[in-house]
Design a protein around this ligand. Structure first.
Ligand code: SAH
Ligand code: SF4
Ligand code: F3S
Length: 425
């Protein structure tokens, strides 16, 4: 059968889709060039916010008409949404034929053969050993180092849909890295919901990074996501010492208010967070820091929201992913009686975005005149006479040039900047 995978959500899902492709190829199926030529359409989905789920349901309802012309055409729901509400969706008229959860991808071939309609059992031992992911991008690679999450931040659905935390064996990670590097991938991101709690038979995350840094060849090493409560001095040292580890850290703050941080069950104080930032900036000069922030958490007062804006001003993130709080049923925060009106959440989100845009512009403009290392990934979105890529510190850079530059490293001078792009030569 020919299959086509559409992926939503975080990089973990991108990585899982590569795993699913590998499982399907091994079972004798082939990737289709587009949906029109596919017999099976798989949606790898996200549940983190309501909007993410609505989008996928809309997409599925747009595609189910294909069953009329192609009676054997199947739609499969994978990922976090499958785990959360897949069984319910299977029972209603959504067009979904099969539902497969995050620990059950090995069962996909038998499910496609019609042996069952769903597989949704959590399996804390499943780390998908002995599978070679099929990289979907020639230049950027993802390597999953752990699965699941044990943190139960009070707003978050991830621990409920991804199951308990487990670390993948070092040998498997090393092999995945070697394969990616062997295929010419030059920018590799290690993935986990909380990479700082990686622990495989006593091997810690900083030590893992040190070992991976020793693999021969040129490549950049990144990781997401770092939880501030577990960010050790040792990790900061490794970032300082290891040449391949890029000068960028994504460190979600979520809120700048002590009470809200407690209610979120984040496990750190703002003071602790700030101390980590100071230490990172001392030891890793020019490190770029990005974050995730939530506007309108239940019970958040105007003053508490302003504490987050103040934190943004104090820290000056290079970039911040700002989200409006979304109730996820089953989580603790969703049971709070203090849910804020949608209008308040939206208005706060907008203020957050506006503030960050100014800060990002300032940060990006500070790069003007510098020479940066750009790994060229593709044509620029705006013009085929320009290419685009990323700097080591995770800024998007565009430069004039043609296809011959794609996949290469360029040292480029920053001429100008917008709040999101460095314009280089
Ligand atoms: N494990 C990662 C990120 C997981 S989800 C971490 O801890 O950083 C990515 C981001 O989505 C979170 O950092 C958070 O900012 C946001 N998020 C999660 N649940 C949310 C919710 N219910 N409403 C709004 N944003 C949410
Ligand atoms: Fe969600 Fe918190 Fe786990 Fe991140 S660490 S996935 S925000 S529960
Ligand atoms: Fe990722 Fe969304 Fe699942 S953020 S872990 S795909 S809920």
């Amino acid at each position: 059968m020919k299959y086509y995978i559409e992926t939503y959500g975080c990089q973990m899902n991108v990585s899982d889709s590569e795993l699913v492709a590998s499982i399907l190829n091994t079972a004798g199926h082939d990737a289709a060039a587009d949906i029109d030529s596919a017999d099976v359409l798989l949606f790898n989905t996200c549940s983190v916010r309501e909007h993410a789920e609505e989008r996928v349901l809309g997409r599925i309802s747009n595609e189910k008409h294909r069953k009329k012309a192609k009676p054997k055409f199947k739609i499969v729901l994978l990922g976090c949404m499958a785990q959360r509400i897949g069984k319910r969706l299977l029972e209603t008229d959504t067009g979904i034929d099969y539902v497969v959860g995050v620990d059950n991808y090995r069962q996909l071939p038998s499910i496609l053969a019609g042996e069952a309609h769903y597989a949704l059992d959590f399996d804390t031992k499943e780390v998908y050993r002995e599978l070679q992911p099929v990289h979907s991008n020639k230049h950027l690679g993802f390597v999953t180092i752990m699965r699941g999450c044990n943190n139960f931040c009070s707003y978050c659905i991830v621990p409920y849909v991804r199951g308990r935390e487990r670390s993948r064996p070092y040998e498997d990670i090393l092999q995945d890295m070697q394969i990616a590097i062997g295929q010419g991938i030059k920018d590799i991101t290690l993935l986990g919901q909380n990479v700082n709690s990686y622990n495989y038979n006593g091997l810690s995350f900083p030590e893992l990074l040190r070992r991976l840094n020793d693999i021969k060849g040129y490549y950049r090493l990144r990781f997401i996501t770092s939880h501030p409560k577990d960010l050790s001095d040792e990790l900061i040292k490794v970032m300082r010492d290891c040449d391949k580890v890029c000068e960028h850290i994504h460190l979600p703050l979520q809120s700048g208010d002590p009470e809200i941080l407690k209610k979120m069950n984040r496990g750190y104080s703002y003071q602790h967070y700030l101390e980590r930032i100071i230490s990172l900036r001392q030891q890793v000069p020019d490190i770029a820091i990005t974050t995730d922030l939530i506007a309108g958490f239940p019970g958040e007062s105007e003053a508490q929201f302003e504490a987050t804006l103040n934190a943004m001003r104090e820290i000056e993130y290079d970039y911040a992913f700002c989200f409006k709080y979304s109730e996820r049923s089953g989580t603790l925060a969703a049971t709070s009686a203090e849910q804020l009106p949608e209008s308040v959440r939206l208005e706060r989100l907008q203020r957050m975005i506006d503030l960050q845009r100014e800060i990002t512009l300032k940060k990006f403009r500070a790069e003007i005149g510098k020479t940066v290392e750009v790994f060229v990934e593709d044509f620029s979105k705006k013009s085929k006479a320009q290419v685009s890529g990323k700097t080591r510190d995770f800024k998007i850079a565009v430069l004039s040039g043609d296809a011959s530059l794609i996949g290469s490293l360029q040292y480029a001078k920053v001429l100008d900047a917008t709040s999101g792009t460095l314009i280089c030569e």
